[in-house]
Write a protein that binds this ligand. Structure first.
Ligand SMILES: CC(C)(COP(=O)(O)OP(=O)(O)OC[C@H]1O[C@@H](n2cnc3c(N)ncnc32)[C@H](O)[C@@H]1OP(=O)(O)O)[C@@H](O)C(=O)NCCC(=O)NCCS
Length: 145
């Protein structure tokens, strides 16, 4: 397994994975949206390759700063290819994302989910319910600027 940042040439595969989210109302962004957003230093998409080099999972990480809480990472769109689920890829891409968020200076990471399978994964990685479907995990004690 290989965790890395998305390249522009991965766009079609990433859009394919986004279509697997399971929400009928969800329309994935266009390739142009990715082309522009990937230039932002606060926007990250990570992918996970299996041992054959195929992309099997993806995740978004958005960084936002706040004078009280410092840098926070917002994790969105954690998706593992339907045919590859239950093989540890979800855990692996989340571990990679948490490590990268820490390296990027995030003191805390947040996410929202209503998927009970995903919730079990996040809780096992140390996320705790913040309110309703919102979860967070402190990754550095030195909060604030
Ligand atoms: C949620 C999702 C990312 C999990 O990916 P995965 O590769 O199947 O997960 P893993 O194999 O790494 O499993 C990690 C943990 O997740 C939980 N889990 C994942 N799938 C599960 C299932 N079908 N039933 C119960 N628990 C499940 C378990 O706690 C598991 O730990 P365990 O293997 O020790 O039991 C994947 O099912 C997915 O892409 N779902 C659709 C998109 C989605 O809902 N994403 C979350 C939005 S926030």
């Amino acid at each position: 397994m290989f965790f890395r940042s998305m390249k522009i040439s991965d766009t079609y595969r990433v859009i394919e994975l986004l279509r697997q989210i399971g929400n009928a109302d969800f329309v994935p962004p266009s390739k142009w949206w990715f082309a522009i957003r990937l230039l932002f230093p606060t926007f990250h998409v990570f992918v996970l390759e299996d041992d054959s080099g195929a992309i099997v999972a993806m995740v978004f990480l958005n960084l936002l700063s706040n004078p009280k809480y410092g840098w926070r990472g917002y994790i969105d769109y954690v998706v593992v290819d339907k045919s590859a689920r239950r093989n540890g890829f979800g855990r692996k891409i989340m571990e990679g994302t948490l490590a990268r968020a820490k390296k990027l200076g995030c003191q805390e990471v947040l996410l929202t989910t209503s998927n009970p399978d995903a919730q079990a994964l996040y809780e096992s990685l140390g996320f705790r319910v913040r309110s309703g479907r919102n979860f967070s995990k402190v990754i550095s004690e030195s909060c604030g600027f």
